[in-house]
Design a protein around this ligand. Structure first.
Ligand code: SF4
Length: 472
């Protein structure tokens, strides 16, 4: 059968889609570039907030409207789990596949192929439930291909110089606004050996930057009985990866960042001096209502420790604006915190009232117009901070991973890439005149700082390792 996968949502979903793709290809099915040409279209859904669910339903409707006789539509992933009845009721959906069960996509497609009439009936639209996943590393070694997402073989699809690598899934915490644990369940870590194998495969295929992702990166290995599991994993990872590769850490829960982790980040040349550390708020009372650690002073100390160990570290965080009960004073405390800490990058989410979460039942929900006003205030503030942080790089040389080339209207050639300060898809870029090959590292002298991006000129051929990316 020919198949096409549409991925919605976050990088974790992208990794799962690649897993599904590799399983289907291994079973003899053929990927095609357009849904119209496929016998099976898989939509890997997102359930993050109401807007993401709306988008998911829109995409399912769109695919269903174009369905041809004999074509099947499978809804997989987070929303297929969290809102299974709603997704199953969407016209044209033939089968559901829960998140964490993506490795069973081969079974689903086989069923569709073997028993199309049954598969297309409403009886077949039952969700394949979350497995009672084993928790120990011993269990992970139990043979049985595709029995568990942590051991399912993935042949990664390499589409650029960067690739995400998911090291765990689910979350042990219960932030009051978040629906993720309700459909992902508790955190389950992938075994160290499986991660190393996947990383080596990516490196062998020419990937230059491996971005480690999880719901909660810094909790890695707790379910495997590991202490400081992320630091341990990084040591192993850097030992097997060539020196000229980048490893980037996304989604680090602040209170899981240990001294050992900071030292590990500072020690290995491959690890980007970059950390994405979602904080969500800075006022202790807001944090308390969010069911998050309210100790902002501890966070301040942590940031100071990170900057002491890696003076050029780029820090990214995300915040939620308009959480129930957020007073003007609490909001001002957040803006003051941003001015004080000076993050390089900040993402700001408007609070979304998610049914079933503790936050949805809280009094003092904030009116949307207030949320909008606060969102614009904080975005303007951070724009200035980001520009200031960028200006510190003017005149300095920074290592850039080239991602593509372009041309101005008057025909001048330019290249675009990212430095260690910028994660794919969410941060800024570095642009420079002239062309350099995609997937190479070049050194660029920064000549101009914009709000989010840098401009510069290429100064020399790439060096042998990635150490100088940090400007040291
Ligand atoms: S740490 Fe992240 S994934 Fe876990 S409950 Fe909080 S917001 Fe959700």
């Amino acid at each position: 059968m020919k198949f096409h996968i549409i991925t919605l949502g976050c990088p974790k979903n992208q990794v799962d889609s690649e897993g599904m793709s590799s399983i289907l290809a291994a079973q003899g099915h053929t990927p095609v570039a357009h849904a119209d040409d496929a016998d099976v279209v898989v939509v890997n859904t997102c359930s993050f907030i109401a807007a993401a669910r709306e988008e998911t339903l829109d995409v399912l409707r769109e695919v269903a409207a174009r369905k041809t006789p004999g074509q099947y539509l499978v809804a997989a992933g987070c929303m297929a789990e969290s809102h299974s009845a709603l997704v199953a009721a969407a016209p044209g959906v033939d089968a559901l596949l829960s998140t964490r069960e993506w490795m069973r996509i081969g079974d689903v497609v086989d069923t569709l192929q073997r028993e199309p009439a049954v598969a297309a009936s409403s009886a077949a639209r039952e969700i394949i439930p979350l497995s009672s996943a084993p928790a120990s590393s011993d269990d992970l070694r139990v043979p049985g291909a595709y029995a568990d997402w942590r051991t399912a073989p993935i042949r990664r699809r390499i589409t650029g110089p960067s690739a995400y690598l998911k090291i765990s899934d689910g979350c042990n915490l219960r932030c009051a606004f978040c629906t993720i644990p309700s459909f992902k369940g508790d955190m389950r870590s992938k075994a160290v050996g499986a991660i190393l194998g996947e990383a080596q495969e990516l490196a062998d295929a020419g990937v230059k930057e491996i971005v480690l992702v999880a719901q909660h990166l810094t909790d890695y290995g707790r379910d495997l009985g590991l202490k400081d599991g992320l630091a341990l994993l990084l040591d192993e990872l850097c030992a097997v990866l060539p020196k000229d590769r980048w490893v980037r850490l996304m989604y680090a829960y602040p209170h899981g960042i240990s001294e050992r982790l900071i030292a590990t980040m500072a020690r290995h040349p491959q690890i980007c001096h970059y950390l994405d550390m979602p904080l969500q708020h800075a006022h202790p009372e807001t944090l308390r209502r969010m069911h998050r650690p309210p100790d902002s002073d501890r966070t301040r100390r942590l940031i100071a420790d990170l900057r002491a160990a890696m003076p050029d570290i780029a820090l990214r965080s995300t915040f939620i604006i308009g959480f129930p009960g957020e007073t003007s004073a609490e909001f001002r405390a957040l803006t003051a915190f941003l001015e004080e800490v000076q993050f390089d990058r900040v993402g700001v989410f408007r609070y979304s009232r998610e049914p079933g979460t503790p936050a949805a039942a809280l009094p003092d929900q904030i009116p949307q117009r207030v949320i909008e006003r606060r969102w614009h205030t904080i975005m303007r503030l951070q724009q200035g901070i980001s520009r200031q942080r960028n200006r510190r790089w003017v005149g300095r040389v920074i290592r850039v991973l080239v991602e593509g080339q372009g041309q101005t209207d008057d025909g001048r050639l330019l290249s675009v890439g990212r430095s260690f300060r910028d994660a794919p898809e969410v941060d800024g870029q570095v642009l420079f005149w002239g062309t350099a090959a995609t997937g190479t590292f070049v050194d660029v002298r920064v000549t101009q700082a914009l709000d989010y991006d840098l401009w510069g000129e290429m100064v020399e051929a790439p060096a042998d390792d990635a150490r100088s990316e940090n400007g040291t």
